[in-house]
Design a protein around this ligand. Structure first.
Ligand SMILES: C[S@@+](CC[C@H](N)C(=O)[O-])C[C@H]1O[C@@H](n2cnc3c(N)ncnc32)[C@H](O)[C@@H]1O
Length: 152
């Protein structure tokens, strides 16, 4: 199974990028980051619409899509790991995660997503969410391997 992250914004390095790189470097699944950006001054709705188009175009057509969204469902790490294991065991070739920009996701992303995943109801900076996701993917990998990294 290949993992994809399509995310709004370009990382310029620094601590959030280090956090992300640290955990992506520990993943056994092939992982591809696609950064997208709309560089025009637009209304919030139009910006979200164009960003949604770019995010969805950045991931394979048949992928399972998980959109990171504070209004989504918060899952225990074990449940998140079990979902990934289930998708893997059902033969999913591509699992794609989408992180929105400052205004959040457009409707097309919510409509396409197989899961809206929340890291709690608070709003986190999008660059930090990349690192949080990478850590949870590493944690899921270790849970599925029966490794003691995750102690519940
Ligand atoms: C700064 S937030 C956007 C907040 C925006 N005001 C909204 O209403 O969605 C940028 C992106 O970070 C991610 N994000 C922020 N907080 C999150 C959370 N608690 N759970 C999951 N994703 C989150 C989402 O992908 C969001 O689109």
């Amino acid at each position: 199974m290949r993992l994809w992250l399509a995310a709004v914004g370009r990382s310029r390095g620094g601590p959030t990028r280090d956090l992300f790189d640290e955990y992506v470097g520990r993943l056994s699944w092939p992982f591809t980051l696609k950064e997208v950006e709309v560089k025009k001054r637009l209304s919030s709705d139009e910006l979200k619409r164009q960003e949604a188009e770019l995010l969805l175009a950045a991931v394979p057509a048949g992928a399972i899509v998980v959109a990171l969204d504070e209004r989504g469902k918060a899952l225990p790490s074990e449940t998140f790991a079990a979902k990934i294991g289930d998708w893997r065991d059902r033969g999913a070739g591509d699992l794609a995660f989408l992180i929105g920009g400052a205004d959040g996701h457009g409707d097309a992303v919510r409509a396409r997503a197989d899961l809206l995943l929340a890291f709690g109801p608070m709003t986190w900076p999008h660059m930090l969410v990349r690192g949080m996701l990478a850590e949870q993917l590493y944690r899921a990998q270790q849970i599925l391997a029966g490794h003691p990294y995750h102690r519940s």
